[in-house]
Design a protein around this ligand. Structure first.
Ligand code: F3S
Length: 394
């Protein structure tokens, strides 16, 4: 049965503004494919496909053309990371041509009214949805955090569908927008203590590979920081397609599931996951901030680097708004005095890292460790932050 349309939705479908009409046509098609009965209004959107590295010349032309066709967002819409720090691209070593094309993308987004936030942690940078709020976010780690930690409701949108939702202010109501689809599918018993963000990332990476697009429920995790939960979800969204998970007692309510596949995660699997994510010990760049760092994570790095000097490059990636707090706390100066860089707007995966002379990267992010070999042509060393810094201090 075709999706039901309100009068306003019928009008969007007949709109004289081509971008509005095309957006609504796309969403109606998607709604029909997924069997949605109606649309739901959204509180915010998050657009992906922002880096010139990811979308190339066709993407630049599409976005500029769409802006010319009258595309204008109807709800608060944050942008995912770009391919460079908009202010410090020359220091990163990004080429002028790349920067020129990236700036065209920035211009098109601004013309559409997209907040040029360039972050994958919008919830740390001023776009925090409420529990049960319907949203249309595209970045998989942010989708996981929004569904699982905040309790908002979003599917894993693609770049075009998130933009269409932003322009029309609505999305087809299916998948994770419906309460009946937000139930655990697997029980994961964790019987090894998780101490660092990398430990949580390793658990997520192992689980995502097994449950794929399932909704795991973790039992046995007694406490976790927001940053640790961020790393857990990002990893599962990268090695699998997990968009919602539960950590018993810590995240959004769900009862421990009965009659589902049960998995055990103990010390052997924990150790072997570290090995699984690493292909070298010898690296020329360390990157933290996948997903984008909180001010607390930046503070941890700064504390360890106080008065030290690094023998290899270090990028700490974050949103511009979190960086301004790190600047005020003196963290940025401490890290940069030691030889690192605190970068905004971008990340190690969507920046053209392979063109900047780097061949091997160290990271505490399982998502980065999974993506960098294919997307950045990198060998990878995966370990926790403090161990990686220890190895890099002269
Ligand atoms: Fe964010 Fe880039 Fe990682 S977009 S989640 S820092 S790959």
């Amino acid at each position: 049965m075709p999706i039901d349309l309100t009068t306003e939705e019928e009008q969007l479908l007949e709109s004289d503004v081509p971008a509005e009409r095309k957006s609504m046509e796309l969403l109606v098609r998607l709604g029909d494919i997924f069997g949605a009965e109606e649309f739901v209004e959204i509180g915010s959107a998050q657009a992906s496909g922002i880096s010139y590295k990811s979308i190339g010349d066709p993407g630049v032309e599409f976005l500029e053309g769409f802006a010319e066709e009258g595309a204008e967002v109807d709800v608060e819409t944050f942008a995912n990371p770009a391919g460079m720090d908009i202010n410090r691209w020359e220091e990163m070593g990004v080429s002028e041509e790349f920067a020129r094309q990236q700036r065209r993308i920035v211009g098109a987004l601004r013309e559409m009214g997209v907040t040029v936030s360039f972050t994958c942690t919008p919830y740390l940078a001023g776009n925090l949805p409420g529990p049960n709020e319907h949203i249309a976010w595209a970045e998989s780690s942010a989708v996981s955090f929004a569904n699982s930690v905040i309790g908002a409701r979003t599917n894993r949108e693609g770049g075009p569908s998130a933009l269409a939702a932003a322009i029309t202010g609505r999305t087809p109501k299916h998948g994770l927008h419906l309460a009946e689809n937000r139930q655990p599918t697997h029980l994961v018993n964790v019987d090894v203590p998780l101490e660092t963000q990398a430990d949580f990332a390793a658990l997520g990476s192992w689980t995502g590979r097994i449950v794929e697009d399932g909704k795991p429920y973790f039992a046995g995790i007694e406490s976790a920081t927001t940053d640790q939960l961020k790393s857990l979800g990002a990893a599962m969204a990268a090695t699998g397609a997990v968009a919602l998970h539960f950590v018993g007692g810590l995240t959004t309510d769900a009862d421990p599931p009965d009659n589902v596949e049960t998995l055990q995660f103990g010390s052997e699997k924990h150790e072997s996951e570290y090995a699984e994510l690493s292909s070298t010990e010898d690296t020329d760049l360390i990157v933290f901030g996948c997903p984008h760092s909180s001010v607390d994570e930046i503070g941890t790095v700064a504390d360890r680097l106080e008065g030290e000097s690094l023998e290899r490059d270090l990028w700490v990636c974050t949103s511009r708004s979190v960086k301004s707090q790190a600047d005020r706390m003196g963290y940025t100066d401490t890290i940069e005095d030691a030889g690192g860089m605190v970068l905004s707007d971008t990340c190690n995966v969507v920046a053209p890292i392979e063109e900047l002379g780097y061949e091997s990267t160290a990271t505490d992010s399982a998502k980065a460790a999974s993506y960098l070999p294919g997307f950045g042509d990198q060998l990878v060393h995966f370990d926790d932050k403090l161990s990686l810094l220890e190895e890099a201090i002269e």
